[in-house]
Design a binder for this molecule. Structure first.
Ligand SMILES: [Zn+2]
Length: 230
């Protein structure tokens, strides 16, 4: 019986795109317990203007992962699985001296808090799904001036517990709300809409469903091709 279940689980897992989703819904998935966020694969915290490079060997392809037809390449570039090439960090995650970021009551250790990492991508840079994601909503109010909100709200479909991934300031979108998107699929292009002083992308991660100001350091989803693959 155990063998049969294992065989069934393995078959479902290899279904293109829907595999992890069906496993989650069916209860067949054997997710390991949450693990601590791995250490950032450089010796220093990122600083504004710093080019981050990673060694892909630090984040090997998850055991048993079968690329879907749309996810042939797991790593786009040396910096992250979400875009090609490497760009400067224009503002790191965490405490900042920029009043525009506002105060976070969960971080009283500093006056202002930046909820994501800003990368200085030129406007029009293609952005790809670094994970299998569900498109929750596009441009919900509250992420820019009225009528010019600019936030792509994604839900990670590979992880347990779930995480929400937010990309701000994009110029356009190639996906629609309520769409399941496989790895490596084009999401749209970077821009400078919303509250922005220049072309860049803001990459933010929160526990699924959590509101603004409950962000986590997003680097584990920027750089890891998959940490909790069943
Ligand atoms: Zn930002």
């Amino acid at each position: 019986m155990a063998d049969l279940l294992a065989t069934l689980r393995e078959w479902v897992r290899t279904l293109p795109l829907l595999g992890p989703f069906l496993l989650r819904k069916s209860g067949l998935a054997q997710f390991p317990p949450p693990v601590p966020i791995p250490p950032f694969p450089t010796t220093e915290e990122p600083r504004p203007g710093q080019i981050i490079t990673i060694n892909p060997k630090d984040f090997p392809t998850p055991v048993g992962f079968t690329p879907t037809p749309q996810a042939v390449a797991l790593l786009h570039g040396p910096q992250t699985v979400w875009w090609d090439n490497a760009y400067p960090v224009s503002q790191p995650y965490g405490c900042t001296s920029f009043p525009v970021e506002g105060h976070n009551p969960h971080h009283n250790e500093c006056p202002y808090f930046h909820e994501g990492i800003d990368f200085a991508l030129p406007c029009g840079t293609p952005l790809y799904a670094g994970r299998q994601v569900w498109v929750v909503e596009i441009d919900p109010p509250g992420y820019g001036p009225p009528g010019n909100s600019a936030a792509l709200h994604l839900r990670d479909m590979e992880d347990s517990p779930d995480w929400d991934i937010w990309l701000y300031h994009m110029a356009d979108y190639a996906v629609s709300p309520k769409q399941l998107v496989g790895r490596n699929v084009l999401l749209g292009h970077s821009g400078t809409r919303g509250i922005s002083t220049g072309c860049h992308v803001h990459f933010e991660v929160r526990p699924a469903g959590a509101p603004y100001r409950l962000s986590r350091d997003p680097r584990f989803l920027l750089f890891a091709p998959g940490l909790f693959t069943p």
